[in-house]
Design a protein around this ligand. Sequence first.
Ligand SMILES: [Zn+2]
Length: 266
Amino acid sequence: MFGVVPKPLWEKRIRPDERNRIRLAMRCLLIEHPDGLVLVDTGLGNKEDAKFRDIYGVENAGPGGRTRLEAALAEARYHPEDVRWVINTHLHFDHAGGNTWSDGTEVRLSFPNATYLVQAGDLDFARQANERTRASYLPPNYEPVAQAGRFRLLKGDTEIFPGISVRLIPGHVPYLQGVLLESGGERLFYVADLVPTRHHLPLPWIMGYDVEPLRTLETKRWLVGAARAGDWLLFFEHDAEVIMGRLNEDERTPGLTNILEATSDG
Ligand SMILES: [Zn+2]
């Protein structure tokens, strides 16, 4: 998760277990919009086998064979059928795995009434996976959506609805998109894998998964400027402890103010 950053540096911030794993979240975002419920990313889903779940230490199971995502929707008094739009930041398995689910015999759309929004470039990139990228793009997470004609493919920065727009934030993958929300004079940016946790705020702390790390560096430089100028809340998808916060003033050791901490495992 920390690429070329030496372990003696990163383990001071976040303790690995005996298998060198760190605790991470797969935090989706549900937006109640006048045009319908919008869900940003869908987590891992339920389709992976025991070996896969053991390697990553996945804790994602929910009631009825579904996942914690559906359980969280139910807590908010919604059903999967109520979700009208799904925005995939990209199609990696921990972001789009919950696009579909297995009922034990077949793979179905998790949100049967939703249109799924993704960058056209990321779907192409997924379909042209090579030896380096293949392990992250698993066709059962997106081909059933394509076969059902439920993708709306975006080309670059796009306003989806008033108050909801996507921005290209390339580097992790060439067509990663973040989601900018504006409501009541506040702005929140869902940074996805550009800054997966608050520990990745320093510019050179870049994941080894990134296919274009120097582009990530420049995109992060843009993000820091834009977030400071616009007073954005930054929403972290993978940080197990911090949901979101604002950047502090310290240019050299970027940290957060107005932190909202996660209060449970959910
Ligand atoms: Zn990713």
